[in-house]
Design a protein around this ligand. Structure first.
Ligand SMILES: *Cc1c(COP(=O)(O)O)cnc(C)c1O
Length: 447
């Protein structure tokens, strides 16, 4: 099909006003009322509403304990402390993720070893995990990246074989299923970000979940001193009650809890609509050269929950070598949001190589390693992570199933891919792909 690309002076593929199809978070009257009620009662720093939210969250997920935190970062920090990460311990984490999947380990006197990702799922590659295990490895940090559940069968098998803890970072995948079972219920403990850009947005907050009483209580000892008097039952923890072991105060603001309670009630319905909309978008692009969906196979029982930060996979070799920069530029000209890249590979950042955060006389990454051990990973050590930026691009994140609108956006991508030859002559500019934080990129993409 020949039609003139908007970048070259043709008509835009997207003609209709998208309305509120991208608006996020969706703030309803019911949320406003719930938040105002807490505000008017002056109960922002109490924990009664938070405890209701925790109970609802645990029931929804199907786990015993949920502990509210003021950020997802804090929830994951508590999870790491919960499983007992301490001096010299290593966690294995994918290099392609948001920094809050691992950076908190420094303050526990531990360190991180990065594993490569699978180029199709974009999640941690189980085969690479095995190569990164050392006698010091304590836990695997699994990130269900961009809503895609990681290969939990393989990961749990490795964890069992090597006696490792598994922490699931579910900040991109609230409600996603792996073979019919909700992510966050496979490992020893899970952390969820509830910040406003995520698919279960509650303001600013995080949730730690577990079935393990000891992990739960350790997290309480760590950053929830106000609960020590009633929630600690284990003698060794009770001995240090009254003050937070970590020196952190991780309590959730009850404005977040109030919003969360309402969000959770409607989330399954919302998630189903997003899933329908996103699958429709990708169905329309099935078979288009150069671009592939980042989604689980149909009928596998695996789903992407709320499809946080949806991306596509780019195959420039099918488009005559067209750069992803030019591809995305042309899609944007058609009126659809699209930027190249995702989170940058963490193992290459100075904070994981040279920076001495705590004045220990050596880079913090290796400050607690045994003498002679250097876990740093130079360029070239994680090839998939290092080459992924020009292989992925953002796609619109539809919050509603409105076929006519979605069709226009899908057409923008199809039109560019099918007319790629017209773009090759001007394909000289290179931009930047990826960033250290995802929310900024999504905003830049315009959704
Ligand atoms: C957002 C995010 C977090 C941290 O959550 P905050 O609520 O922003 O602190 C952790 N891990 C991943 C993968 C995230 O995307």
């Amino acid at each position: 099909m020949k039609s003139k690309l908007a970048l070259l002076g043709g008509e835009k593929a997207v003609q209709s006003d998208p309305g509120d199809i991208f608006s996020w978070p969706i703030i309803t009257k019911e949320i406003e009322e719930a938040v105002l009620e807490v505000l008017r009662a002056g109960k922002m720093s109490d924990i009664d509403v938070t405890m209701k939210f925790e109970k609802a969250f645990a029931e929804w997920l199907g786990v015993k304990y949920a502990l509210g935190h003021n950020t997802g970062t804090a929830a994951l920090h508590s999870a790491m402390f919960g499983v007992g990460i301490g001096k010299g311990d290593e966690i294995i984490c994918p290099s392609i993720t948001y920094w809050a999947s691992c950076l908190q380990v420094y303050s526990l006197r531990g360190t991180v070893v990065f594993a490569d990702i699978d180029p199709e799922t974009l999640c941690i590659d189980p085969n690479d995990i095995v190569k990164r295990i050392t006698p010091r490895t304590k836990a695997i940090m699994v990130v269900h990246y961009l809503g895609m559940p990681a290969d939990m069968d393989a990961i749990m098998k490795i964890a069992e074989e090597y006696d490792l803890k598994v922490i699931e970072d579910c900040s991109h995948a609230h409600g996603a299923l792996y073979k019919g079972k909700m992510v966050g219920t496979f490992g020893d403990v899970a952390g969820f970000s509830l910040m406003s850009g995520k698919s279960l947005p509650c303001g600013e907050g995080g949730m730690m979940t577990t079935d393990d009483r000891r992990i739960y209580e350790r997290a309480i000892a760590f950053g929830h001193y106000a609960r020590h008097n009633f929630a600690l039952t284990l003698e060794d923890l009770k001995a240090g009650a009254g003050l937070p072991w970590g020196g952190y105060k991780y309590r959730m603001n009850q404005l977040t809890s109030a919003m969360g309670l309402v969000q959770l009630k409607y989330y399954p319905k919302l998630m189903a609509e997003i899933d329908r909309a996103m699958n429709y978008f990708w169905d329309l692009l099935e078979g288009v050269p150069g671009i592939r969906a980042h989604r689980p196979p149909k009928g596998s029982g695996t789903t992407k929950g709320g499809w946080y930060a949806p991306h596509g996979i780019y195959h420039s070799e099918e488009l005559g070598g067209l750069s992803i920069y030019r591809f995305c530029e042309a899609v944007r000209a058609e009126g659809a949001p699209c930027v190249p890249g995702c989170n940058l590979p963490l193992h290459l950042h100075p904070l994981f190589n040279t920076i001495d955060v705590y004045n220990e006389g050596k880079p913090t990454r290796i400050a607690n390693c045994p003498p002679g051990v250097d876990v740093r990973q130079p360029p070239g050590s994680l090839p998939v992570s290092e080459s992924i930026q020009e292989r992925v691009f953002t796609v619109p994140w539809f919050k509603h199933y409105r076929p006519e609108i979605i069709e226009e956006y899908a057409y923008a991508f199809r039109k560019v891919a099918e007319n790629y030859q017209d773009l090759l002559p001007g394909d000289t500019k290179r931009g930047t792909a990826g960033g250290w934080g995802m929310t900024r990129m999504i905003r830049e993409a315009g959704t």
